[in-house]
Write a protein that binds this ligand. Structure first.
Ligand SMILES: [Zn+2]
Length: 312
């Protein structure tokens, strides 16, 4: 009796294919595995992207040698001081902090400097400076026609706008020092962009401003979802932006949802990523139904699109 224990040709080729597949998988995973950098011996301040347009977001990263444990890391933008948050990067063994900053709209091409200080026991132990190259945003212009009372508000409306603006200012000065978000941001609705951030605007042939957020196409009643976790710090009907929600994501970072038809959350509530905030509409100074999405960090408005590609 003959016992055949060899593999048939088709089995052998099957195993060869499997072997090649596993070897390929291993090679791919070896390429994607992050190389861990040795601990640094000198502090390092870096930023991403390597250059920014005015109205753009920049992530600052401070690395300190592993034996250094600072009590606080802070940065300064004009008179505004802000705290860095402890961050984790699997490629680094060093003590790691991050902060988000925005180059104000209208900043001329050149350098944008952010002083950074490391404090230990209440004293400045180390001073550094991020020098971020600024390039022109190249923003376009557009002409819009809206209800004349929104371009030339009467004295009563002007008073209301001033009061609402002061309340919004208070909100932006009082962000919680808690990192509510984790990972990148989603879009609040999935629909085409109808007007990008930064467009210079002429209303009814007169008043000029710039578009402080971006517009997404949305029929009245489209569900608007939180792009990241945060806390509702405003859900109010405002003169200019209509029914408006502001989320505090912590450490000076806010997002804004304007012209809503309905609120689905209340001030003070915590929201998770993807949670329903409200329904889109055309309230306030809107030329038609859409969602206006805004973003603010350390009281500076910036392009919300950067949240979806830079924040992690
Ligand atoms: Zn808008």
């Amino acid at each position: 009796m003959t016992v055949r224990c060899g593999l048939r040709r088709s089995d052998r080729s099957g195993i060869a294919v499997l072997f090649c597949f596993l070897a390929g998988l291993l090679a791919v995973s070896c390429q994607t595995l992050p190389a861990v950098r040795p601990p640094i011996s000198e502090p390092e301040l870096r930023f991403e992207p390597p250059q920014a347009a005015d109205g753009g977001l920049v992530r600052l990263e401070l690395l300190l040698p592993p034996n250094e444990k600072p009590a606080l890391v802070r940065g300064r933008l004009g008179k505004t001081e802000f705290a860095f948050y402890p961050a984790r990067n699997p490629r680094e063994q060093s003590v790691h902090f991050e902060a988000l900053v925005a180059v104000p709209f209208g900043t001329q091409p050149g350098k944008f400097e952010v002083p950074v200080e490391v404090l230990r026991e209440g004293k400045v132990a180390l001073s550094l400076r991020a020098v971020i190259p600024v390039v022109a945003g190249g923003y376009a212009s557009e002409t819009l026609t809206v209800d004349p009372r929104h371009v030339k508000p009467d004295p009563v409306a002007q008073k209301r706008i001033r009061e609402e603006s002061a309340d919004i200012g208070w909100v932006y000065r009082n962000s919680e020092p808690t990192m509510f978000w984790s990972g990148s941001f989603d879009f609040p609705i999935t629909s085409p962009l109808t007007s990008p951030f930064g467009t210079k605007r002429v209303y009814n042939g007169a008043m000029q401003s710039f578009h402080t957020g971006l517009d997404l196409r949305a029929a009245v009643g489209t569900p608007v979802q939180a792009p990241a976790a945060g806390r509702v710090v405003m859900a109010r009907d405002l003169y200019l932006t209509g029914r408006t929600i502001i989320l505090d994501h912590g450490f000076g970072l806010f997002t804004v949802y304007a012209h809503l038809s309905q609120f689905k959350v209340k001030r003070g509530e915590s929201v998770a990523r993807g949670e329903l905030l409200g329904l889109s509409g055309a309230t306030g100074r809107a030329s038609g139904p859409h969602l206006h999405w805004g973003a603010v960090v350390h009281r500076t408005k910036f392009n919300p699109m950067d949240l979806t590609r830079l924040v992690r």
